[in-house]
Write a protein that binds this ligand. Structure first.
Ligand SMILES: [Zn+2]
Length: 233
């Protein structure tokens, strides 16, 4: 193998390492609770609070209805029990009974409205819980897949780094430094193939002397224009 061929292989490993690292970063970003999951939990929480609010109203209203019923029953006891005989007094008890009946009807109507709202809130809560269960199920499956993908990428990366260690040990330190420098400056394209006498990086036609030196593969030959290391395969 020529120096350029060794460097070209090294570059392929480095590209694979870069790609695996980028994939790993993407996977790691997706691990953890999703916005959809957090929003779903929030929706259930809100639906539960809303239901609790109307349920409390229902209990209050039921208490008021019960209170009016027992007051009315007392008044009616007086009215029909025979204890009150005085017509004027009877008329006033009758008035009181009528007032209480009116109040009771109003309270009972209000209670019915509240009960409808409770049912609506119960349905909304069920819906939010079902939706959350679905989101959670999907999210769990995704997390499982992401975790195994993460493990796979970490294994791949470890293998690549080991290969990189072996491959870079074939290259002289001075040449390796030149390669690393070009890798940085030329965005991961430090070594390029020569195609039909042209530099595969900047497409310039290379002088015959440069081509001949590159073909021999004995030394590192750089493009006269873009300075990339030339590789004749
Ligand atoms: Zn070039």
């Amino acid at each position: 193998m020529t120096i350029a061929a060794d460097l070209y292989t090294l570059q392929e490993i480095d590209s694979a390492i870069e790609a695996a690292r980028a994939s790993l970063a993407t996977v790691e970003e997706q691990l953890g609770e999703s916005e959809e999951l957090i929003a779903g939990r929030q929706a259930v929480e809100e639906a539960r609070d809303a239901l609790e609010g109307v349920s409390r109203q229902q209990r209050d209203q039921e208490w008021k209805v019960d209170d009016l019923r027992s007051r009315l029953s007392d008044v009616e006891g007086k009215l029909y029990g025979g204890s009150v005989r005085n017509p004027k007094e009877l008329a006033s008890v009758q008035d009181e009974a009528n007032i209480l009946k009116g109040q009771l009807r109003r309270r009972e109507d209000e209670l019915l409205d509240i009960m409808v709202r409770v049912e609506e809130r119960q349905a909304a809560l069920r819906e939010a819980e079902e939706s959350l269960a679905e989101v959670e199920g999907r999210w769990r499956q995704e997390q499982k897949e992401l975790a195994s993908e993460k493990e796979r990428l970490e294994g791949e990366l470890a293998g690549l780094e080991e290969r990189r260690g072996r491959q870079s040990s074939l290259v002289e330190a001075k040449v390796l430094a030149l390669y690393d420098n070009l890798w940085q400056r030329r965005q991961g394209k430090a070594v390029v193939k020569v195609e039909r006498g042209m530099c595969g990086g900047c497409r310039i036609s290379l002088p015959m002397t440069v081509l001949q030196k590159a073909r021999s593969g004995l030394d590192v030959v750089q493009c006269v224009s873009c300075e990339r290391i030339l590789y004749v395969s």
